[in-house]
Design a protein around this ligand. Structure first.
Ligand code: AMP
Length: 628
């Protein structure tokens, strides 16, 4: 693919899909007048994985491919706990499944503990995500031939205030000015609108108003959004889903089933050994994910892991039917969510005109079949935009519209700018009243940006201070909702209970980030902004330090990335040479290659790039393979 022409006058605002499992980056190409996915070192998406080693850190494919030998220092899925407190039940549950350690950072926030450059380090989830973002930024800079300073980053539709703030912080640490946080399904819809506009240009029939359901099932999150599209204007009607449902849950259930198979076939002792080994667990998990993917095209597959523990070569057949049975409840949950969102949106099944599938897990055939059935086979599921790329493309469309200054921008792509103003807030927002009751100011599914004011009073005579405690959630009692923060307004009119009048105002900006203020109508006393400050969990000093750290280690990290890339090429070549040597019945050659395999597995961590290059050249010379 040719690089974009660097257009000095055009401020590129890249679009980033910071996924739980994979990430993708896209940008508007001013020369071609279209949005393109930026090619990465290996392919167009990259695992959102970061690995730490004594030499440095590595991100993406090289990080994922070394997990078996370094499971405790290979970090993934941080999106599952970014912006959540350490004692959150969800965080506790998630952490049980990770081979890496998540600890309380001392202030109630989770920190990932890794061995990095010979020392134990605690890193914020924001920092880990920033490494992924920085890698994507760098790829974009290389491709575009210019510095990339700004981005639009996507988040799941029902990410709360803190999760959005934390994502913004991750961007800042990566050196990006995060111009907007947008919801993933809205981004997918933008990409879809773009695609439709292209089809219209190509002479296809123009449809009037359409009701679109975006079904977005990724690795770790699930979002359903219902929106209307009318002449290029999109209006989100309702959104719902589960921030903890995705392809990895399908993998987990397959892993659990494999564990019963290990016990049955190999006995208690081996099963206990398996339970103790992080390495075995991550190898099995990978094999289960591969099997799941294979079952999207075939109807049966094998889960195979040689030497899983000690001498156990694990091998078991898994059919698509069994996979569907294991996950039946989760699949049903997905469909029930679609029904609930349509109800919220006030749209009947018969009024839905399109279903857009986004996210890798929508490739599971039974989900496609069931969704088709739900709409009586009347609607063809729209898979024409690549499910892994749609979100990043939509984010770049938003970036382009922002770059061209709002109104008018985007016309060259065939979409209106207005659509961006029509997203909704995923959770109701309100304050605590006497008796732990939630008083909602902004209802779920209200279009953003928005501002709402309500007047409240005191509960005690002569009370001059009021605690304003802000929550998000749908429960009538605040106990079931999520506390966002609190502040005190002092100087309230000294009067009998119920007499003072204090206006509380909630302003929700286009990023879905909330600012709360309170003002006494009589005394004019004011308090505000505390919610916002509290929601961004890292202090400016912490963010600045993280930025400085990432600069400090940049060179060493680049060197390591180069080495690991060569290592994976060398691995492939060794397998090829091994077959060649066996074919030629060259016993000395086989031994030599086996030695090299051992070296690669056991000792190559101590080697530098040059050592590895020497090995590669010797293989090239002897066996005629191409590595470098
Ligand atoms: P995303 O977060 O959208 O990148 O989705 C990643 C998830 O999609 C992971 O859980 C993958 O295992 C899953 N996935 C990718 N390809 C397939 C496939 N062919 N069949 C089933 N699941 C898949």
């Amino acid at each position: 693919m040719s690089s974009f022409t660097a257009n000095e006058d055009y401020e590129t605002i890249v679009g980033i899909d910071l996924g739980t499992t994979f990430s993708c980056i896209s940008a508007y190409n001013p020369t071609e007048k279209k949005v393109e996915v930026i090619p990465l070192a290996q392919g167009r998406t990259m695992p959102s994985w970061v690995a730490f080693t004594p030499e440095g850190k590595t991100v993406g494919h090289p990080a994922k491919s070394q997990v078996a030998s370094n499971p405790n220092n290979t970090v993934y899925d941080v999106k599952r706990f970014i912006g959540r407190p350490f004692n959150d039940e969800i965080v506790k549950e998630e952490c049980k499944g990770f081979p890496f350690k998540v600890v309380d950072g001392g202030n109630g926030d989770p920190r990932v503990e890794v061995e990095w450059r010979g020392a134990t380090k605690q890193l914020a989830p924001e920092e880990i995500s920033s490494f992924v973002l920085a890698e994507l930024k760098q790829a974009a800079e290389k491709h575009l031939g210019k510095e990339v300073k700004s981005a639009v980053i996507t988040v799941p539709a029902h990410f709360n205030n803190q999760q959005r703030q934390a994502t913004k912080d991750a961007g800042r640490i990566a050196g990006l000015n995060v111009r907007r946080i947008i919801n993933e399904p809205t981004a997918a819809a933008l990409a879809y609108g773009l695609h439709n506009a292209d089809e219209e240009k190509a002479g296809k029939e123009k449809t009037d108003k359409s009701n679109v359901v975006i079904f977005d099932l990724g690795g770790g999150t699930f979002d359903v959004t219902c929106l209307t599209m009318n002449g290029g204007v999109f209006e989100v009607k309702a959104t719902g889903g589960d921030t903890h449902l995705g392809g990895e849950d399908f993998d987990n259930l397959v892993v659990e089933w494999c564990k019963t198979q290990i016990l049955e076939k190999h006995g208690k002792e081996k099963a206990a050994l398996f339970d103790k080994s992080n390495r075995a667990m991550s190898r099995l998990r990978r094999a289960c994910e591969t099997a799941k993917r294979a079952l999207s095209s075939g109807t049966t597959t094998n889960i195979e892991v040689d030497s899983l523990v000690e001498d156990v070569d694990f091998n078991v057949a898994l059919s698509r039917a069994k996979f569907e049975e294991l996950n039946a409840k989760l699949f049903q949950d997905c469909l029930d969510t679609v029904t609930a969102v349509l109800k919220d949106a006030g749209v009947k099944n018969s009024e839905v005109t399109d279903i857009v599938l986004v996210g890798g897990s929508t490739r599971v055939p039974i989900l496609q079949t069931k969704l088709g059935e739900m709409f009586s086979g009347r609607i063809e599921l729209c898979k024409s935009i690549h499910p892994d790329e749609a979100v990043a493309i939509g984010a770049a469309v938003q970036g382009h519209i922002l770059a061209t200054g709002g109104k008018g921008g985007g016309q060259d792509l065939g979409v209106s700018t207005d659509l961006l103003l029509l997203d909704v807030t995923p959770l109701s927002l309100g304050i605590e009243l006497e008796g732990r009751v939630m008083s909602t100011l902004i209802k779920r599914n209200t279009a953003i940006p928005c501002k709402k004011t309500r007047t409240y009073s005191t509960v005690d005579d002569w009370q001059t201070e009021i605690d304003v405690v802000v929550y998000e959630g749908e429960r009538p009692h605040i106990d079931g909702n999520n506390k966002l923060g609190s502040f005190v307004i002092s100087g309230v009119q000294k009067a009998r209970a119920g007499e003072p009048k204090v206006d509380v105002t909630f302003s929700l900006d286009a990023n879905g980030i909330l600012v709360v203020s309170a003002e006494d109508q009589v005394t004019g006393a004011k308090a505000n902004a505390e919610i916002k400050a509290e929601a961004g969990r890292l202090t400016k000093e912490e963010v600045d330090k993280m930025i400085a750290d990432s600069e400090k280690y940049k060179e060493a990290d680049e060197e390591l990335a180069k080495k690991l890339e060569l290592k994976s090429l060398l691995e492939e070549a060794i397998f090829e040479c091994n077959s060649l040597a066996k074919e030629k019945k060259d016993e000395a050659g086989v031994r030599e290659i086996e030695n090299m395999m051992d070296w690669l597995e056991l000792d190559s961590d101590q080697a530098n790039y040059e050592d590895m290059k020497k090995k590669a050249i010797s293989l090239e010379d002897k066996w005629g393979v191409r590595i470098i």
